[in-house]
Design a protein around this ligand. Structure first.
Ligand code: NI
Length: 168
């Protein structure tokens, strides 16, 4: 699947709930996990592959692949931590983002079964990053203004270089 990058409008949109968790959604979950693995990512949300659907997949270290459909974060810890994040849709950019250290999430898996998960560490961070994608939020929207300006100008430069290359 094609991964959409910053500048693509789909990444700024609030995604639509999944109506039926049927065989096509199961197949989509499989394809998204494959795409995430191929890109060496630890998480991928449907808007990143051009689909306005509330679902994402994760596969963090010491865990196995997980599918979250129509997720709701129902609890976040008061304790926060800061960690350097990147995103398959914002290639080449990393920035420190502060988030709650632990979250509790409710969702459905690809079989349509509901589950509740208390996550911490890398999984908690990944879940929050992917969940943000469903609301049209990128991690670069969560850094302070100064840092964001730097990131945006770096992205602009990159885009210009890319255009030059394509013209040649
Ligand atoms: Ni991302």
């Amino acid at each position: 699947m094609k991964i959409y990058c910053v500048g693509d409008e789909i990444l700024n949109k609030v995604a639509e709930p999944v109506k039926n968790i049927d065989s096509s959604i199961k197949e989509l979950s499989r394809e998204m996990i494959e795409t995430m693995h191929k890109a060496n990512g630890i998480g991928l949300a449907a808007p990143q592959v051009g689909l306005s659907l509330r679902m994402f997949v994760t596969d963090v270290e010491d865990d196995s692949p997980r599918v979250f459909i129509n997720p709701q974060i129902i609890k976040t810890s008061i304790e926060e931590n800061t960690y350097e994040e990147g995103c398959l849709s914002v290639p080449g950019i990393w920035a420190e983002v502060k988030r709650p250290a632990e979250v509790t999430i409710q969702a459905y898996n690809e079989k349509g079964n509901p589950f509740t998960l208390e996550a911490r560490g890398m999984l908690a961070r990944c879940i929050q990053h992917e969940y943000d994608h469903l609301n049209g939020i990128l991690f670069i929207n969560k850094v302070d203004e100064k840092k964001r300006e730097k990131i945006l100008s770096a992205l602009e430069k990159k885009a210009k270089k890319q255009q030059k290359k394509q013209r040649r």
